[in-house]
Ligand binder design. Structure first.
Ligand SMILES: Nc1ncnc2c1ncn2[C@@H]1O[C@H](COP(=O)(O)OP(=O)(O)OP(=O)(O)O)[C@@H](O)[C@H]1O
Ligand SMILES: [Mg+2]
Length: 531
């Protein structure tokens, strides 16, 4: 074994008797019991600008470590440069240091990448105090053997990589970038090992939606068997637990960062590397990773066909929007209710068989229900309720219905398109054109992806999954509906308007809608990926 003198100082020699103080022994036990404790207290990493720093896991990295720890098999699809490899390297070191007689095999797409992971493990090992770490019997470029009988081996992913080894933990980094044929042969060769109890961790950004990585990912995210029964323990049909993270979970990556990065590397690459979209996958407005996280809940209660997801409270502002439809069985009409400042979905109603006057009456009933509920709670002031409707196409008829009922019978304030100076208002409500839709879509995308919009309804979640790019805009896939999405877009436009002139809400929402008067500006650049 080749080692130079300085190496010896950094290492703990094998079978060296170690004496422990009571505190050190306690530390050892704490580390053995908890990889997060071990990693955050004892692991050092090399930061590109800050140099040597103690590893302090980002919240998503902590969840990732827990997933590695609690599940036998994990597949993690996480954006570029988010600390995937760093987190895995720390976990592998913990696993080998605190479990005797295990074999950890690291397989990466390239030789250099495999060595790089090994180097990180070594860097972390060398910084550990002696009372925490095992001694080393072997310390080579591609292998480390500890005196607890455990070893860590690194190699490139080839069909022969794991041959003849009894592997306890297999780590595959950048698995989507292994050549397809090799990945398949490798996987076939590994299957017996994994079937007999070995653990497996896969991390990657996506490539094609037809490769081995994609097929494992889709297996991990399919959580019902063919009879529709949920698979226990939150794993997919292939026994893998899927894990994903959004780029905004990495500190410093906000919308401005994303806009800069998009401009630098182009939309398609951004979507693949940072939004983890498979090439070939249909382009949904909201990233597929976020869509996977959205689940929706059952309504808390119902009034008629209106689904309510929360209690009405006097301290919130309520926004009610109607996206009308002809009501003759084709397109649906939808009413959404959202609250501010918490941006929570409060209620939803949709139907494709309700006449326009009845759509408007339903909206009136909802508004007045919120009003009287707040009043019933003894609220002395005027409840803050705003409402609007889309005034193009069927909107004309809906406006007529509002006028027939009389605006004074709607216990809220009707919101209209902001008027440009010197112009007269032609129609009440909000007009949807290419530009206003694009702006609202961009806002909705970022609010959903950054977890700000508290979506409750399963219907809305479903519609978002089928809300895909069409020409230079977005719409439902053929055969699907987008009435709930369109109505939510109206609420988002209302949020923006209310934030601009309501001081109470505005102050709390400043960071969300700081681009004042969005309707009059060019939409943020978001182009469409051609697949
Ligand atoms: N919790 C953390 N705190 C500070 N820096 C971190 C943290 N996690 C990772 N890093 C640093 O971020 C950089 C990227 O980490 P890493 O290489 O692990 O990411 P990755 O997701 O594997 O990237 P790639 O997609 O390029 O393979 C590294 O310089 C690493 O030291
Ligand atoms: Mg990496």
């Amino acid at each position: 074994m080749a080692k130079n003198t300085s190496d010896f100082e950094k290492l703990k020699s094998a079978n060296q008797p170690t004496t422990y103080t009571t505190e050190q022994l306690q530390e050892f036990v704490m580390c053995a019991k908890d990889p997060i404790y071990f990693m955050e207290k004892y692991i050092y990493i090399q930061h590109p600008t800050k140099g040597k720093i103690q590893f302090e896991a980002y919240p998503f990295q902590r969840d990732l470590i827990k997933t590695y720890w609690n599940y036998r098999n994990t597949i993690a699809m996480i954006p570029r440069q988010s600390g995937k490899t760093t987190t895995a390297a720390g976990y592998l070191l913990w696993y080998a240091a605190f479990n005797p007689d295990v074999t950890v095999l690291i397989a990466a797409n390239k030789f250099k990448a495999a060595n790089e992971i090994m180097m990180r493990i070594k860097y972390a090992y060398e910084e550990l105090p002696n009372y925490i770490r095992p001694g080393v019997m072997e310390y080579n470029v591609q292998s480390i053997r500890f005196d607890n009988g455990s070893r860590i081996l690194a190699t490139t992913t080839t069909p022969d990589s794991g041959r003849g080894l009894s592997i306890s933990l297999l780590y595959l980094d950048e698995f989507a970038f292994v050549k397809p044929r090799i990945a398949e042969e490798f996987w076939t060769a590994m299957a017996p090992t994994l079937a007999t109890g070995g653990k497996c961790i896969i991390t990657s950004t996506p490539a094609s939606d037809e490769d081995m990585f994609a097929s494992l990912w889709f297996g991990a995210t399919t959580m019902h068997d063919e009879n529709g029964n949920e698979i226990p323990d939150g794993v997919g049909t292939n026994g893998f637990k899927s894990f994903s993270a959004h780029y905004s979970e990495v500190p410093g990556r906000d919308e401005e960062w994303a806009a800069r990065e998009r401009a630098k590397i182009g939309e398609e690459k951004f979507q693949r590397e940072y939004e983890c979209r498979f090439a070939g996958e249909e382009s949904t407005l909201v990233s597929s990773l976020t869509l996977q996280r959205l689940k929706g809940v059952d309504p808390m209660y119902k009034t008629g066909d209106v689904r309510w997801y929360d209690k009405i409270t006097p301290d919130r502002t309520y926004l009610v929007s109607l996206d009308p439809s002809a009501g003759v069985g084709k397109d649906g009409a939808c009413i959404e209710v959202w609250s501010l400042p918490d941006m929570k979905q409060i209620a939803e109603w949709n139907s494709n068989r309700t006449s326009i006057p009845n759509q408007v009456r339903t909206m009136q009933t909802i508004i007045n229900h919120i009003y009287s509920d707040i009043k019933k709670q003894g609220f002395k002031g005027e409840p803050e309720i705003y409402y609007t409707l889309e005034n193009n196409s069927w909107g004309e008829a809906a406006l007529q219905s509002v006028s027939d009922i009389g605006e004074e019978n709607f216990m809220g304030q009707f919101l209209h398109e902001p008027r440009r100076p010197g112009t007269v208002r032609l129609r009440k409500g909000l007009n949807t054109n290419g530009r206003s839709k694009a702006t609202a879509c961009t806002k909705m995308k970022s609010l959903v992806e950054s977890n700000r919009l508290q979506i409750q309804s399963k219907m809305l979640v479903r519609q978002l999954k089928f809300f895909v790019s069409k020409g230079d805009s977005f719409a439902a896939k053929p055969g699907e509906n987008d009435d709930c999405v369109m109505s939510t877009l109206l609420c988002i436009r209302m949020m923006q308007m209310v934030t601009n002139w309501d001081d109470r809400v505005g102050e709390m929402m400043k960071d969300v809608f700081d681009d004042n008067d969005g309707d009059h500006r060019d939409p943020l650049p978001f182009s469409i990926m051609i697949s």
